[in-house]
Design a protein around this ligand. Structure first.
Ligand SMILES: NC(=O)c1ccc[n+]([C@@H]2O[C@H](COP(=O)([O-])OP(=O)(O)OC[C@H]3O[C@@H](n4cnc5c(N)ncnc54)[C@H](O)[C@@H]3O)[C@@H](O)[C@H]2O)c1
Length: 355
C-alpha cells in the first residue's frame, strides 16, 4: 500500500509493505552522501538484510544504542560530531531504521545538521506507524520527554512489515497503544473492530490483519497533521492519553504505549467528571487487563510527582494543565483540567484495581 501526504508542497510517500526496504535505493540515488542509522537490536536481528542494503548502496552505517536511551544531548553531540567528520553537504540524506526513538533522534540530527538535510524513516515497530509520520523529531531533556526538537518532514517513509516479526511481546503491546488511540480518535466502529480482532493477548501477539490497522492509523494521523502541522489546533488530539501517559512513562520507565494506555484510561475518568461523559471506565480497564498491560503498577504511583510532570507538558498554557478528552468516542476536545479534578481522577484510577 502506498499513501502520499497532501501538503501544499514537500509531500512524501508512505509505503507499507513486506520488503519495503528494497525500495530504499529509489529514494536515495539523488544524494551525494547517505548515512544509515540502525537501532542496535534491529541490527542484531536483521544483520544480513541490512548488510545487503548498505553494501549494495555503499552507504555508511552507524549502529545506535537501542531505544529511548539514544534520545539524549550526549548522543546527539557524539553522532553529530561523527557525521561532521564525514564532511557531509546539504545534499546528504540520513536514514533511520528502528522504532520511534531512532526515528526521533535521527530526524533531529537531520533537522539540525547543516541547518537541515533530508531523512528517510524505516520504522521497525508497531508504535512507529505513528512516530514516523508527521515530522515531529526530537530528544529528551533532564526536565522531561521530547522537550528539545523540531518539525522536520521525512523525505519518505518505508514501512517494511517484515521487521515486525522480531518484535518482543512488550513492544507489540506498546505499539498497540497508539493503534488503539487512533481508533478512539476515529470512532466507535474502529474501536469495536479492533477489540473484536484483538480480544485477548494471544490474538494481539499474532498480529492478524495488523497491516490494515496500521494503514488506518497512518491515515487518521495524516488527516490530522496535514491540516495542522505545527500543533496549533487539532494535532493536539494526537496527544490523547499522553499528558498523564508521558508523566507515567517518565516516572516509571515503562514502554511508551503502555503508559499511553494508562493515560487513555485516566483521561476517560477525567472526562466523566469534567464533561459529564458516560465512558465505561470498567470496560476499558478490563480490556487493557485482558491484553496484559501492567495495570498493577497504578497502585504504586503517587500523585504529586506525576502532577509536576504534567505541569511541564508542552500543551499547557497560562490556564493550567491542558488535556485531550473524549467527549464521545471519535470526538476529542482539548480542555484545561483543574488540579482538584486531576487528583480526584487519580484516586479513582487507583481504586479501579480494588473493585
Ligand atoms: N515523533 C512523533 O510523532 C512520536 C509519536 C509517538 C511516539 N514517539 C516517540 O517514539 C518513541 C517510542 O517508540 P517505540 O515504541 O518504537 O520504541 P523504541 O524505538 O524505543 O523501540 C523499542 C524497543 O524495541 C526494539 N526494537 C525496535 N524495532 C525492533 C524490531 N523490529 N525487532 C526487535 N526489536 C526492535 C528497540 O531496540 C527498543 O529496545 C518514544 O521516544 C516516543 O517519544 C514519537
Amino acid at each position: 500500500m502506498e499513501l502520499m501526504t497532501t501538503y501544499a508542497t514537500q509531500n512524501y510517500p508512505v509505503i507499507v509493505a513486506h520488503r519495503a526496504i528494497d525500495r530504499l535505493t529509489e529514494y536515495t540515488t539523488q544524494y551525494q552522501h547517505v548515512f544509515i542509522f540502525v537501532d542496535e537490536h534491529v541490527h542484531a536481528h536483521w544483520a544480513s538484510k541490512l548488510q545487503t542494503v548498505s553494501e549494495t548502496n555503499h552507504h555508511q552505517t552507524f549502529v545506535l544504542p537501542a531505544g529511548e536511551q539514544v534520545k539524549t544531548l550526549h548522543y546527539f553531540e557524539q553522532y553529530m560530531e561523527q557525521l561532521l567528520a564525514c564532511q557531509p553537504t546539504r545534499n546528504t540524506c540520513l536514514v533511520a531504521i528502528g522504532g520511534g526513538a531512532v526515528g526521533d533522534f535521527v530526524g533531529f540530527l537531520a533537522a539540525t545538521l547543516l541547518r537541515g538535510v533530508d531523512f528517510i524513516q524505516l520504522p521497525t515497530t508497531i508504535l512507529a506507524h505513528d512516530s514516523s509520520i508527521g515530522g515531529k523529531v526530537g530528544i529528551n531533556a533532564a526536565h522531561g520527554k521530547n522537550l528539545i526538537g523540531a518539525f522536520h518532514r521525512p523525505a519518505a517513509v518505508l514501512y517494511d512489515l517484515d521487521f515486525l516479526t522480531s518484535l518482543p511481546e512488550s513492544e507489540i503491546l506498546s505499539g498497540y497503544g497508539e493503534v488503539y488511540k487512533h481508533a478512539l480518535l476515529k470512532g466507535s466502529e474502529a474501536v469495536r473492530t479492533l477489540e473484536t480482532t484483538y480480544y485477548d493477548q494471544p490474538s494481539l501477539l499474532q498480529l492478524k490483519h495488523i497491516e490494515q490497522y496500521l494503514i488506518d492509523g497512518i491515515q487518521t494521523k495524516l488527516d490530522i497533521v496535514v491540516n495542522d502541522e505545527k500543533e496549533r489546533g487539532q494535532r493536539q488530539w494526537l496527544n490523547l492519553g499522553h499528558t498523564f501517559g508521558h508523566a507515567v512513562e517518565y516516572a516509571t520507565k515503562i514502554p511508551h504505549g503502555h503508559a499511553v494506555m494508562i493515560g487513555i484510561l485516566y483521561q476517560m475518568i477525567v472526562a466523566n467528571t469534567l464533561l459529564d461523559t458516560k465512558h465505561s471506565v470498567g470496560h476499558y480497564y478490563h480490556y487493557l487487563a485482558t491484553l496484559g498491560y501492567p495495570l498493577q503498577l497504578i497502585e504504586t504511583l503517587t500523585f504529586e510527582p506525576l502532577l509536576k510532570l504534567m505541569q511541564q507538558d508542552k500543551k499547557n498554557n497560562q490556564t493550567g494543565i491542558r488535556m485531550v478528552l473524549l467527549q464521545a468516542i471519535g470526538q476529542p476536545t482539548v480542555q484545561t483540567v483543574p488540579v482538584d479534578v486531576l487528583e480526584v481522577a487519580f484516586n479513582t484510577l487507583q481504586s479501579l484495581g480494588k473493585e
